[in-house]
Design a protein around this ligand. Structure first.
Ligand SMILES: [Zn+2]
Length: 126
């Protein structure tokens, strides 16, 4: 029988499970109780997750990721296609909103997975 420390997944595994909105410990249960609310405990293994506070890092990281996707595409579109402004905004703004709303909970799950693997709570300065 493995000890709890021996069966604890690696940080990489915990991040991947978090990106899939799964529990970083077991990978089976969900880690979210809503769109962005972390569940108090895993509904499969009972691992406590609700105490982990990712704070503003998931939105910062999501903005960086979406910005690095949308801005180069807009600039390349302007350079090579020169579409009218209404078309640029009509495509770029919905793509930005959809990417942001789609990535934010997954990025948050990945951050929570990383924090869980490092045994961080998010309130270490208190
Ligand atoms: Zn679990």
């Amino acid at each position: 029988m493995n000890s709890p420390a021996a069966s604890r997944p690696t940080a990489f595994t915990a991040i991947l499970r978090g990106l899939g909105r799964r529990c970083p410990s077991c990978g089976v249960g969900g880690s979210f109780a809503g769109y962005l609310k972390i569940a108090g405990t895993c509904d499969h293994c009972g691992e406590p997750l609700g105490h982990i506070r990712a704070d503003d890092f998931p939105p910062y990281l999501t903005i960086a990721i979406v910005g690095h996707i949308v801005v180069p595409l807009v600039l390349m579109g302007e350079r090579f296609l020169a579409p009218p402004m209404w078309l640029t905004l009509g495509v770029a703004l919905p793509v930005t909103v959809i990417l942001t709303l789609g990535l934010l909970p997954r990025v948050k799950g990945g951050i929570v997975g990383l924090m869980w693997s490092l045994r961080l709570r998010g309130d270490e300065t208190q």
